[in-house]
Design a protein around this ligand. Structure first.
Ligand SMILES: *Cc1c(COP(=O)(O)O)cnc(C)c1O
Length: 394
């Protein structure tokens, strides 16, 4: 085996079954392991490295920040945090931001906003949250409480009280669960871990109007589907709905561990106040610089335009696979957030292993789905190369 695999297995708590690969270097859309084997990466660190590995503009900007100032705490202002905040507010069209270190922490903050908002409105009794079956919102206790996957949840009962699960794209399943105690509805516009199921535009619009009507907060978890993955900076901007709370992480840091929750004016005005929430690291100068630089590169390099065009080609190629192979049941997802659902006689785990042997990194999702989250900068040649390696792996 490998010395570093042994060191990890001997010392790291075993919560992951890792593949026996030690990555050493990344360049553009390729990864290299410590035996210099090259891999085409169509997972990008689970949707994180949107701008590609060793992106020159990003790396230069981060290097400059590392040499200048890493951390001060949130007791003070920095240029980077002010700049990052103004940029993410501009691009998200929300009203206020709170920076976190991860996706799960952004979800925790969003849940606290919902609870505080309800508390301000009606007193302590409004605490119920409607989430969705097959959803994924993270591994901390609050995030796990709204995650619709029993096998992740069960060992940790009792979780947050008052969380109920509806079915995605089934509006009556949501209406049945709403009562005077409902504080918020939380949904991923496209389910990531849960199997790349897309929430229909009309369904999300109905959720928006129900929430407005009943003064319930609508929380959109765009941690995986946001930041350009579907061809708009956030999915809700494309659909034309106005959430009360948005969570973002993964690609917004392009590899620097950052996240945020964003609030509209209503949610910001009547929720968290000084003393209600905090973080030591969240939004430090390095995080701020990473977020600003990602947003700058999106504009300068016209990333959204690129995603829209490569998405069309990617879709075409996936359709060809669906037609060609009987064991591929359907194509799922949108844009560069894609899945292929396989019949039960083909195990996605086996195919992912074959792909690694053939120099291709892809992922899996619930429901025997192969998951593709390539860097947003891929071109059509990369897609052809991926399809070739994938077919070989079948
Ligand atoms: C990854 C993910 C999270 C959790 O983010 P972490 O940074 O892993 O804590 C939450 N929601 C969605 C939709 C995700 O894909």
């Amino acid at each position: 085996m490998d010395k570093y695999i042994d060191l990890a297995e001997d010392n790291i708590l075993k919560t992951y079954n890792r593949f026996p690969v030690v990555f050493k270097k990344g360049e553009d859309v390729y990864l290299y392991d410590n035996k210099d084997k090259k891999y085409l990466d169509f997972l990008s660190g689970i949707g994180v490295i949107g701008l590609g590995y060793s992106n020159k503009k990003f790396t230069d900007s981060i290097k400059e920040q590392v040499e200048n100032l890493l951390h001060t705490s949130n007791l003070f202002y920095t240029e980077e945090i002010g700049t990052a905040a103004s940029k993410i507010i501009e691009v998200s069209k929300m009203s206020k931001v709170f920076f976190t270190n991860s996706g799960a922490e952004a979800i925790e903050g969003a849940l606290k906003v919902a609870k505080k908002f309800a508390y301000e409105k009606n007193g302590k009794d409004d605490y119920e949250i409607i989430a969705f079956k097959n959803s994924f919102h993270g591994r901390t206790i609050g995030a796990l409480s709204v995650t619709g996957n029993d096998s992740y949840r069960e060992p940790f009962y009792p979780l947050l009280p008052g969380v109920k699960f509806a079915e995605i794209n089934n509006i009556s399943s949501v209406k049945e669960l709403i009562n005077t105690k409902t504080a918020a509805i939380i949904i991923e516009p496209i389910q990531g871990e849960g199997g790349l199921t897309v929430a229909d535009d009309d369904f999300l619009k109905e959720l928006e109007s129900i929430c407005n009507e009943k003064n319930i907060l609508l929380i959109l978890d765009e941690i995986q589907c946001g930041v350009g993955r579907t061809g708009s900076f956030y999915r809700y901007l494309e659909i034309g709905i106005k959430p009360d709370i948005v969570t973002t992480a993964k690609a917004i840091g392009n590899g620097i561990p950052v996240g945020a929750f964003l609030l509209n004016e209503k949610a910001a005005k009547d929720s968290l106040k000084p003393g209600d929430h905090g973080t030591t690291y969240g939004g430090n100068p390095l995080a701020g610089k990473a977020i600003s630089t990602v947003i700058d590169i999106f504009k300068e390099d016209e990333i959204l335009k690129k995603v829209k065009s490569t998405s069309l080609y990617f879709e075409e190629k996936l359709d060809e696979l669906v037609n060609k192979y009987d064991f591929i049941l359907e194509k799922k997802g949108i844009g560069l957030m894609r899945g292929l659902k396989l019949s039960s006689d083909k195990k996605v785990g086996d195919i992912v292993k074959n792909c690694l042997n053939n120099g291709l990194v892809i992922g899996t999702a619930e429901g025997n789905v192969l998951r593709f989250l390539p860097p947003l900068i891929i071109d059509n040649n990369n897609i052809d190369e991926m399809i070739g390696k994938l077919e070989k792996s079948f």
